[in-house]
Design a binder for this molecule. Structure first.
Ligand SMILES: [Zn+2]
Length: 291
């Protein structure tokens, strides 16, 4: 039997870098939309999309630096930088980085972008734990590192207000998809109208996750139920989510389309999307109780 102390040094080095390889090997089987670049575009006011076709990365700009929400996969930094620069902004001006859900498809480039920008990473307590151990303590995908760990500089909680320049952004804890999932809301005034904008982490249930029978984590059923209720009570005119497909980006926006603050106004679609997820949740529970 091998003990790690008897492994030659090169092999030890190889093993310590193994957290990268499961992801690299998996690249070919990843959803196409996770690896296909998408040109940057303005969603509304200071909010821009700078991510991949189906992995949302959001830039919220101010005169005193920017907020970046999510990354893509571990090699997405270059694309995010190109997208930010195509809008006339600089990656180096990102001051705060936020998560919506500490899953590797949204967080894997965060450590690298933090190094480049010196930005602070702010996260809810449970997402912070997972960010700092590289996904190891994730209730569903954990037990191994799935992305490069990143130090969290500040803990944020329900109703905290993030300010940067003239930005005023409210934090919402929406647990379930991950224990620390979170959403962000703010107002945008344009065209003599005030729009309520929501960057919403949707309560989707990853395959194999358990809700009531041998639950993936204690309290997951209550978390999802509370999140659906809280989300339905939010006033939202414009909404986006961690995956572009969740808010039908491609039906609402074609690359090159002229900016219009009305493009992503969709309060009814927002409620319907939550109701669909809530129904799916009830079906998962019914299946668990049946089997
Ligand atoms: Zn996820």
């Amino acid at each position: 039997m091998h003990s790690s102390s008897r492994l030659p040094l090169p092999l030890l080095l190889l093993l310590t870098s193994l957290w990268i390889s499961p992801l690299s090997n998996a690249q070919s089987t990843l959803p196409q939309g996770w690896v296909t670049p998408h040109p940057a575009f303005r969603i509304i006011g200071p909010l821009y999309a700078v991510g991949m076709q189906d992995l949302s990365v959001f830039l919220i700009t101010s005169d005193e630096g920017h907020i970046l929400i999510n990354t893509g996969l571990q090699d997405s930094t270059r694309h995010i930088r190109n997208n930010i620069e195509s809008l006339g902004f600089r990656l180096e001006d990102v001051r705060i980085m936020l998560t919506m859900q500490a899953h590797w498809d949204h967080t894997a480039a965060m450590a690298e972008i933090k190094e480049i920008t010196g930005a602070e990473v702010w996260a809810t307590p449970e997402d912070a734990r997972v960010m700092e151990d590289g996904g190891f303590s994730d209730a569903h995908f954990g037990g191994r590192q799935t992305f490069r760990p990143v130090e969290v500089d500040r803990i944020i909680r329900q109703d905290d207000v993030i300010t940067l320049g003239d930005l005023v952004i409210t934090v919402h804890e929406h647990p379930g998809h991950t224990e620390g999932s979170s959403s962000y809301t703010f107002e945008v005034a344009e065209n003599g109208r005030t729009y309520d904008v929501g960057i919403i982490n949707m309560g989707t249930i990853n395959g194999g996750k358990r809700i009531v029978v041998n639950p993936t984590y204690a309290g997951v059923a209550e978390d999802f139920a509370t999140t659906y209720n809280k989300q339905k009570q939010l006033t939202v005119d414009v909404w986006v989510a961690a995956h572009n497909s969740q808010f039908d980006m491609q039906e609402k926006y074609q690359p090159g389309q002229a900016y219009d603050p009305e493009t992503f106004v969709d309060p009814i679609g927002y409620i319907r999307a939550i109701e669909r997820l809530e129904s799916a949740y009830l079906e998962v529970i019914a299946d668990e109780l049946d089997n």
